[in-house]
Design a binder for this molecule. Structure first.
Ligand SMILES: [Zn+2]
Length: 271
């Protein structure tokens, strides 16, 4: 076996070993970075992010209070849903946190372990609490469906190849940390965010719609939200949220195609 094909085989072995089926989505995922590792990175990066950004006080701001309320309702809905499917263990280590930061970018994210940030710049587009729940539900879906690990694994393979990959995974390397930050758009390379794949986006839309409905928010608001996002994306400053979330038309048509089923099976309006 030549040197090249040896490393090729090595990569395939690593990939086969690291593939696992996601119990909620049923899809096989590549997970070279463990959930525990990601949660530990997330904890550290979240604290740093909050220190370096202006966190809006939830005791004196109605918007920040709303972010906390939406976050906790979505978190409760997701936790209850996983428990009802006997999958509570999938959320082991989750310690949910919700913060609004003063930042003009239209963005939001949820790191593994339930660390949520909403940027004030997205509020003029969400406009109401249910649409904010659509954004948070979508980001939480990325986290609990373990899309971060999957995306980082693909990024590690692309960037490092076989040999360096082994080294990068054997200790908590700078490459892992840099990729992680890029995934959430908080890295030192400004403007570079590791995009999610189309599969992951459609999955996050579908699950996010379910979670907002379970949390008592009208899922129809998700469609209205994406229409507003689409209108903004034609403007001079497209939302950051859109740049990693392409193809609004396809997204809207998928949401419409699962709307009635989601409402029937999951929507429990809060009285
Ligand atoms: Zn997304």
């Amino acid at each position: 076996m030549g040197r090249k094909s040896f490393f090729g085989a090595l990569i395939i072995c690593v990939i086969a070993w690291a593939c696992s089926q996601n119990p909620i989505t049923g899809r096989n995922q590549l997970n070279l970075v463990s959930e525990a590792e990601l949660q530990s990175l997330a904890k550290q990066e979240y604290v740093q992010f909050l220190n370096e950004n202006k966190v809006v006080n939830a005791n004196s701001s109605r918007d920040a209070e709303m972010v906390r309320r939406v976050g906790s309702r979505i978190a409760t809905a997701v936790t209850n849903y996983y428990n009802s499917q006997n999958l509570g263990g999938e959320l082991a280590g989750y310690q949910w946190e919700y913060n609004l930061v003063n930042n003009p970018e239209a963005n939001a994210w949820c790191m593994p372990g339930g660390k949520i940030v909403v940027y004030t710049g997205i509020l003029p587009i969400t406009q109401n609490e249910a649409a904010l729940a659509a954004v948070v539900g979508h980001e939480v879906a990325h986290a609990v469906a373990k899309h971060g690990s999957e995306r980082m694994s693909q990024g590690l393979i692309q960037q490092l190849g076989g040999v360096a990959l082994g080294v990068a995974l054997s200790n908590r390397s700078q490459e892992t940390q840099a990729l992680f930050n890029n995934l959430y758009g908080i890295g030192s390379q400004v403007g570079y965010t590791l995009p999610h794949s189309r599969n992951q986006e459609l999955e996050a839309d579908k699950l996010g719609l379910r979670y907002m409905a379970l949390a008592g928010y009208n899922p129809r608001e998700a469609v209205a939200l994406w229409q507003r996002m689409k209108a903004q994306s034609n403007g001079s400053r497209p939302p950051e949220f859109i740049s990693t979330h392409p193809a609004e038309d396809r997204r809207i048509s998928q949401l419409n195609s699962i709307m009635e089923e989601t409402i029937k099976n999951y929507y429990r309006p809060v009285k």
